[in-house]
Ligand binder design. Structure first.
Ligand code: MN
Length: 407
């Protein structure tokens, strides 16, 4: 018996990838990849392979222009394309008849270089975990109330630095700056001695609004394209000295790492859950049935040891509320805007998403599997974030968000 080469699954391995695979046809995250010295291309991941979306569109006589930017930018610009593109690709990666045509446009993950999946426009970082905010309040302001009076009335955030958002695998340079502990007579300058992580979820915005326009919670849901893993590297000693009264600045702007694959919100529809009870009731502009939590299981790995498993479903504010709040003053939303959720910390010690909390500001060292102890990051240390969820039709993985510290 002969095998028809057009449907031989050993020749076209992506055809065998099912919904039990965390990058199966129910997931299909997007990224930017290049082969050899070639230009970056928009890719969609299926199993352990990546499909060149523009080439596939050309082969199918579809309009390939939205996929020709080498990343997600073309797709982010036009939300009317999100559903049709996903429907097309879901069918395509399972289409035996199309396999022969696609073969030249599918590459093994190990054979490609991954880039930032989109050009980051504005970058904002929120502070949406009540447990994280409470822990930080207790550490930084031991004599006051842990939560500030505004915390349950609005999603608190600050504007970060979009040009220092980097893709997973990029080394992180230890920042230098000023610090002054309360007991120090004056400030000193040097490399940060309290370099930390913040395990977060990043939300990718598409479409645009004009100056003066605001997005309701329902409209915000239509502008949320997808999610990435996000590590908001933080120099706690710099931050503690600089953050009053205008918030974080140089203690966070030196690097923010995101994962290489953007998971569409559509793939996470079954992972949406009720928010924790919001009491007091938020103001009307922050209300809407689209404001929901997300059930994502995180893993924080430090030099190969899993030190924390933060639960995203405990986050107080929904991404739709964060985006509505971000535009309520008439500020624009643009394709490629990125906002972080804030550190994901659950109620238990083993669910804290920063080393500040895990080591209680350095007073309770952690022991790693190799026997070494840590409070904050040392040169050469590597941190990897991972997260999984029950997606629509099967389990999904958000991939990895990793970085190594350089002195
Ligand atoms: Mn943060």
């Amino acid at each position: 018996m002969t095998t028809d080469p057009s449907t031989d699954r050993s020749t076209y391995p992506w055809l065998s990838v099912g919904t039990d695979h965390p990058f199966g046809p129910h997931h299909l995250p997007y990224g930017s990849f290049s082969v050899g010295a070639g230009k970056p291309l928009l890719g969609v991941r299926i199993g352990d392979q990546v499909l060149d979306v523009r080439a596939a569109a050309k082969a199918a006589n579809r309009d390939a222009r939205p996929y020709a930017t080498g990343n997600l930018d073309g797709l982010l610009a036009d939300p009317t394309l999100w559903g049709p593109t996903r429907t097309w690709l879901t069918q395509l990666v399972q289409d035996e008849a199309a396999a022969r045509v696609l073969a030249d446009h599918v590459h093994d993950i190990d054979a490609v270089t991954l880039h930032l999946p989109f050009a980051v426009a504005d970058y904002v970082d929120f502070y949406a975990s009540e447990h994280h905010a409470t822990n930080v309040g207790r550490i930084f302001r031991p004599d006051g109330e842990p939560l500030t009076p505004n915390w349950k009335h609005l999603p608190i955030g600050y504007h970060g630095r979009s040009s220092t958002v980097v893709v997973t695998g990029t080394d992180v340079h230890r920042p230098r700056g000023q610090r002054k502990a309360p007991s120090d007579a004056g400030p000193s300058f040097g490399p940060s001695i309290k370099l930390d992580i913040e395990a977060e979820l990043g939300f990718v915005v598409g479409g645009r609004t004009e100056l003066g326009q605001s997005l309701s919670v329902a409209e915000a849901a239509e502008h949320l394209f997808g999610v990435v893993l996000l590590n908001d590297w933080s120099a706690r000693d710099l931050q503690a000295w600089e953050y009053v009264p205008l918030g974080p600045f140089l203690g966070k702007s030196f690097a923010t790492t995101i994962s290489a694959w953007v998971t569409p919100m559509a793939a996470l529809a079954d992972a949406r859950v009720e928010l924790p009870t919001q009491d007091p009731e938020p103001l009307p502009y922050l209300q809407g049935e689209q404001a929901q939590g997300i059930d994502l299981a995180y893993e924080v790995e430090w030099n190969g040891t899993v030190v924390s498993r933060p639960p995203y479903r405990t986050m107080y504010w929904a991404p739709e509320q964060m985006l509505a709040h971000m535009t309520v003053n008439g500020a624009k939303a643009s394709p490629g805007d990125l906002f972080g959720s804030g550190t994901v910390s659950g109620p238990d010690k083993d669910g804290r998403g920063s080393f500040l909390e895990l080591s209680w500001n350095g007073t309770e060292p952690l022991t790693l599997d190799d026997g070494s102890t840590r409070t904050f990051l040392e040169d050469g240390d590597t941190v990897v974030l991972r997260a999984t969820a029950e997606g629509v039709g099967g389990p999904i993985s958000l991939g990895e968000c990793s970085g190594r510290i350089r002195g």
